[in-house]
Design a binder for this molecule. Structure first.
Ligand SMILES: Nc1ccn([C@@H]2O[C@H](COP(=O)(O)OP(=O)(O)OP(=O)(O)O)[C@@H](O)[C@H]2O)c(=O)n1
Ligand SMILES: C[C@](O)(CO)[C@H](O)COP(=O)(O)O
Length: 244
């Protein structure tokens, strides 16, 4: 399987890249105490508007497919018009799991895009540097994602008792955008779903094929809004960026 995708991406220059973005935004925000994190205000704009702007500003991204819950398709279409986003090509409904939602989006990407960058709607503080590094690396090797070294000591435990202390030097927190050669991620997601795999990210689908995913330098500020305090942290980071 690995040979199938060993195309000559290393010959590509970043300016020759056509990259689509798929934005899964159809989660159920169960860890947000009932708040819809995608449309929650962050600074003066909804979380999703920050996320989309980062993607829109990237010169390598030529099209953006958004994947919200079905009932939010119309309001999100309106949000895109209100904020003047030009690269949104489709807004399609999500599915029962993140992987289903991502595949729904990936299926709507045009044939022109060689690369697909999958970025959580709930990660609004994406910088151009993190985005471009992941795209450039994926253009060379077919699959890349930003990561940051974990800061805490991580234990594996069972029934509330520690079983092991993991070697922190080998542990990374993976972020998005996760960027892949288009045929590779389509194949990987379809196979993972056919096999009933439950995945929390898209790299895992590619890893299951035995294909290596390159890590690029992420950013601790590229946080995912997961629990209510993440919104407060994101607000503080936005203010901090404005002061800098
Ligand atoms: N069926 C799903 C589940 C998740 N997501 C998206 O995947 C990203 C990461 O998921 P997560 O933060 O776990 O979102 P939620 O599912 O909303 O959160 P929770 O697990 O707390 O319910 C989010 O942008 C979320 O909207 C999606 O598009 N479709
Ligand atoms: C894709 C992801 O954001 C990478 O960090 C993360 O795995 C999503 O996981 P969650 O379980 O949906 O929070």
């Amino acid at each position: 399987m690995a040979g199938l995708f060993s195309r000559l991406f290393h010959k590509k220059k970043p300016q020759e890249i056509l990259c689509a973005a798929v934005v899964p935004a159809a989660g159920s925000f169960t860890r947000m105490a009932g708040r819809d994190k995608i449309l929650s205000p962050l600074g003066e704009q909804p979380v999703l508007a920050h996320t989309l702007r980062a993607l829109e500003l990237c010169p390598y991204i030529t099209e953006i497919v958004i994947v919200p819950r079905r009932e939010l398709i119309v309001p999100i279409g309106q949000l895109c018009r209100d904020y003047g986003f030009q690269k949104i090509t489709k807004v399609v409904p999500g599915g029962e799991s993140r992987t289903h939602s991502v595949l729904n989006g990936v299926r709507e990407v045009s044939g022109q895009a060689e690369l697909i960058a999958i970025h959580d709607g709930a990660r609004p503080l994406l910088s151009q540097e993190v985005l471009e590094r992941a795209i450039a690396r994926a253009a060379q090797c077919g699959a890349a994602a930003p990561a940051v070294p974990v800061k805490d000591t991580i234990k594996r435990a069972r029934d509330g008792v520690v079983e092991a202390t993991l070697n922190r030097s080998e542990l990374f927190a993976i972020q998005t955008p996760q960027v892949f050669q288009g045929d590779l991620i389509r194949t990987a997601l379809i196979k993972a779903l056919e096999e009933g795999a439950e995945l929390t990210d898209d790299c895992s689908a590619v890893e299951r094929l035995g294909i290596g995913v390159a890590l690029t330098q992420g950013d601790y500020r590229n946080l995912k809004i997961t629990t209510p305090e993440d919104l407060a942290v994101a607000e503080a980071l936005l203010g901090w960026e404005d002061e800098a």
